[in-house]
Design a protein around this ligand. Structure first.
Ligand code: ADP
Ligand code: MG
Ligand code: MG
Length: 252
């Protein structure tokens, strides 16, 4: 079992405090959703967990199984089983999807246990099928010329191949039509197991109709202000953030 623990996390970006004391624990086997208004720091939280250097921790801790990972590079975090599907996946020239995924998978394996091409292709075909992705997409350069929806699907393919212990999916549903949303949900649901935990950032209840969360957290003003079950997302969809803000007596 792997546990990601975020304790009283404060983070600055370009000298401005964005996260103001986030507390959150995600364990393998659990599905968490984070909702919250735009600009509240959801992407900042995910980038900070993954180790993006622009995000400076000023207080608090990020622990992976009790170990403080503040000094770890992005690569070290990935090798330890963390994965981030970014809100805006980058296009990278010169590296194909296939090369990228195989390198990322092998980085998590020991030198004497590198994945062979046959086994790699077997898993690739299997996962491509779950995601209804054409073969030629995986042969292209990373995300190059992909539509918004194709990029999101590709992020999920990477996740399925790399098999992280804990994945963070930042607005994986944005820009997806209903069919693409179902496909992405099928991919995430195929990963659900006691060895896999996921933190999904989303604006919409819709995603949670297809991937049922165990926990829903609401972030406002750089903090998690409320945690509940899937009913919390439904209530938010009906009443909006302003109502919750009033209910909690928050002035943010
Ligand atoms: P959310 O994902 O909840 O919409 P973000 O984490 O993207 O919120 O942004 C929170 C705040 O931090 C915003 O005011 C945003 O402008 C600022 N911010 C985030 N990342 C950067 C960055 N790399 N440079 C400057 N400001 C940033
Ligand atoms: Mg946003
Ligand atoms: Mg965001």
């Amino acid at each position: 079992m792997t546990t990601l623990t975020i304790k009283d996390l404060h983070v600055e970006v370009e000298g401005k405090e964005i996260l103001k004391g986030v507390n959150l624990t995600v364990k393998t086997g659990e599905v968490h959703a984070i909702m919250g208004p735009n600009g509240t720091g959801k992407s900042t939280l995910s980038q900070t967990i993954m180790g993006h250097p622009a995000y400076k921790r000023t207080q608090g801790q990020i622990l992976l199984d009790e170990q403080d990972i503040d000094e770890w590079t992005v690569d070290e975090r990935a090798r330890a089983g963390l994965f981030l599907a970014m809100q805006y996946p980058a296009e990278i020239q010169g590296v194909t999807n296939v090369e990228f995924m195989r390198a990322a998978m092998n980085a998590r394996r020991s030198d004497d246990d590198q994945i062979g091409i046959t086994e790699f292709l077997r898993q690739l075909d299997q996962n491509r099928e779950i995601l209804s992705m054409p073969e030629e997409m995986t042969e292209r350069y990373l995300n190059e010329g992909f539509s918004g929806g194709e990029k999101k699907r590709n992020e999920i393919l990477q996740m399925m191949m790399i098999k992280p212990n804990i994945a963070i999916l930042d607005e994986i549903d944005s820009g997806l039509d209903i069919d693409a949303l179902k496909v992405v949900a099928r991919g995430v649901n195929s990963m659900r197991s006691p060895e896999f935990g996921v933190l999904m950032i989303t604006h919409y209840q819709r995603l949670l109709d297809y991937i049922e969360p165990d926990f829903v957290h609401v972030m406002m003003g750089g903090r998690v202000v409320k945690t509940g079950g899937s009913e919390l997302a439904k209530r938010l969809e009906e009443n909006g953030y302003a109502q919750l803000r009033d209910d909690l007596g928050l002035n943010i």
